[in-house]
Write a protein that binds this ligand. Sequence first.
Ligand SMILES: [Zn+2]
Length: 316
Amino acid sequence: MLAPRNKDERALFDPQVQALPADALAALRAERLSALLTRARAATASRYRGLGDALDGLPILTAAHLADEVDAHPPFGRMQLAAAPFIRAALAAGALPRPTPIAWTRADLDAEARLGARALRRSGLGARGRSSDTLDGGLVAPGTLAVSDALDALDALALPVGTVTNDAALQRVVEVWQIVRPEVLIVDAPSFAYLMRATGYDRPRAFAALLTPAHAIELAEPPQLDLYRIFSVPQICSFVAGECAAHDGYHLAEDAVAAEIVSDDAAPVPDGARGRLLLTTLTRSLALLRFDTGLWAELDRTPCSCGETHARLRFA
Ligand SMILES: [Zn+2]
């Protein structure tokens, strides 16, 4: 049964999951990790042979490993476990040595839409809300397709306009923005950098910026009250984590993604201490275990004033 979702009244799109008590959240993570390990053991990828019952015995998966695996076993590599049909593909960039094709099943896309709605809801966008996005088209992830799915799930208005990184591009879209008046602009990093400085348009109430591991500096910058940054690693999840109204870290989607912080020699690092950020897909058909984002981060499991119980990431 689908849990009720809140499109209007509160900042939590999926309150039953986002405010799950810590012990129930830990149990959900353990259950999903166990199911993932069972699926990964059945996969043909040689690195998953002899997989035990825990993640920490497994070698770290680097971006180069993933790109090589996909090259060696086209189209999507042997870590792609789906028996279900793929219904979308795109090139994932950011943290990868070269653009690498990844694919989604129906279930993957439904999960992404829900997580995207969760991330965008934090910026105050809800049903009948109006947004416009400057993300790339179909070829690149994270792109406008992922955002459109999330806005569908939110019942909010989407207006894709393409990247806006110079005065000519702004001139092209400013008229339609004057008519539609988006309250939230969903932006890629280059468009955000331009639009922050530009003056020839009415500023929206808030920006939601999708940032990948290629944007280590932007992820670690001090928060801004009108900016809701979303951490996207498309091969893991388009909406791994996002800032809430408290603007004090990025809430990890712990029901979909497992995060580990480790030292340079791969030893676990305690909560609150800096280390390398590894991510694992818990529910996606592409089973990436212990993917090295190349970023330094810390995990905070203390309660957040927004009411979400999922751990927060901070980038360093
Ligand atoms: Zn919060």
